[in-house]
Design a protein around this ligand. Structure first.
Ligand code: HEC
Ligand code: HEC
Length: 284
């Protein structure tokens, strides 16, 4: 075989090997919306046939003293979705929690955590949202019962991350736990509003009521008595991906709904998340 023939053979072979970094913007957007950030958990219908109506409006009602809202229709439908919004409008809603006309979204939409998003991940989110089928579905209009206290930015997330930050394992864990908004549920009790994320990071105690009764978010700090400091990494990983604690207890909603997402994360992302959770300072 001539040298050039060998060379072209090598090139053909190399091109056939799937490369991890070849993830397209749309693939990244799909991974963010349906796996890492669980947008679909709040914005998609459930039940038979729901897949064809993805992101056209959620099922949960977020009923708080300040508002009663449902996850909006975020498909490109021009009348009932966000089809007329510009890319910038969409990015501002995600990261700043405001509509194009400037009105704030209820804090049930965890924008406080999404300010950390890298420019590429924001682009990926927009690309993906624009690619899903437009679904006509009028979601019950939000009711604001009182001025919504402005939700403070989640402190670690005030600064926007860069692609280089994601290459650093410790920063990657912080990024993932932030976009997955663990602390929207695990940072405060129901009475502490707005949250003081620094003082109560990982303390838990927020109440969730539903058909399952009432659950309270757990203390996930590294306290060996009140938190999960005595768990091994493998036990924490199992809780996050199988929804079972070391003593064999099955986790209940809304945590169990999220387990369905975490189990689909890629192994490297799960490792980084587990490593970050171990760094949460102990709180009794
Ligand atoms: C914990 C639930 C929850 C998650 C997770 C969530 N959202 Fe939302 N989102 C909401 C709720 C509730 C509203 C409506 C708030 C209101 O009406 O004041 C909303 C509103 C929005 C809006 C404004 C739409 C409109 O017409 O007003 C956009 C855009 C949006 N979300 C995008 C996203 C994206 C993209 C993600 C994932 C990156 C996401 N959301 C994750 C609950 C959520
Ligand atoms: C929508 C709210 C919500 C989100 C988001 C959430 N959790 Fe939870 N989590 C809970 C609740 C509620 C429980 C308690 C469930 C129960 O009592 O069965 C819990 C339980 C846990 C437990 C079990 C602790 C124990 O002692 O039993 C771990 C570990 C945990 N969460 C970690 C996380 C991490 C890490 C994230 C982010 C990647 C996260 N959670 C996101 C609400 C949430």
């Amino acid at each position: 075989m001539s040298r050039s023939a060998v060379l072209s053979l090598v090139i053909v072979l190399l091109a056939a090997i799937p490369r991890a970094d070849a993830e397209t913007l749309l693939e990244r957007g799909d991974y963010l919306v349906n796996h890492l950030m669980s947008c679909s958990n709040c914005h998609s219908p459930r039940g038979p046939g729901a897949a064809s109506r993805a992101l056209s409006g959620g099922v949960q009602v977020f009923d708080e003293p300040w508002f009663r809202v449902k996850g909006a229709n975020i498909t490109p439908d021009r009348d009932t979705g966000i089809g007329t919004w510009s890319d910038d409008d969409i990015k501002r809603a995600i990261t700043l929690g405001v509509r194009p006309n400037g009105t704030p979204l209820a804090e049930a939409m965890p924008s406080a955590f999404f300010r950390i998003l890298t420019p590429r991940d924001l682009d990926a989110l927009v690309a993906y949202l624009r690619s899903v089928p437009a679904v006509r579905n009028e979601v019950t209009a939000p009711v604001y019962k009182a001025a919504v206290p402005p939700s403070p930015a989640y402190p670690p997330a005030v600064k926007r991350f860069s692609d280089a930050d994601l290459g650093d394992p410790a920063k990657r864990g912080l990024y993932l736990s932030t976009v997955a908004h663990c602390m929207a549920c695990h940072a405060r009790t129901s009475e502490e509003v707005p949250a003081d994320y620094i003082k109560t990071l990982g303390k838990g105690g927020r109440a969730f009521k539903g058909p399952w009764g009432e659950t309270r978010s757990a203390n996930i700090t590294s306290s060996r008595t009140a938190g999960i400091g005595a768990w091994s990494d493998a036990e924490l990983r199992r809780a996050l991906t199988e929804g079972v604690t070391p003593d064999g207890r099955k986790l209940r909603p809304p945590m169990s709904d999220h387990v369905a997402y975490y189990r689909t994360w890629n192994a490297g992302d799960l490792d980084a998340l587990v490593a970050w959770v171990r760094t949460i300072p102990p709180l009794e």
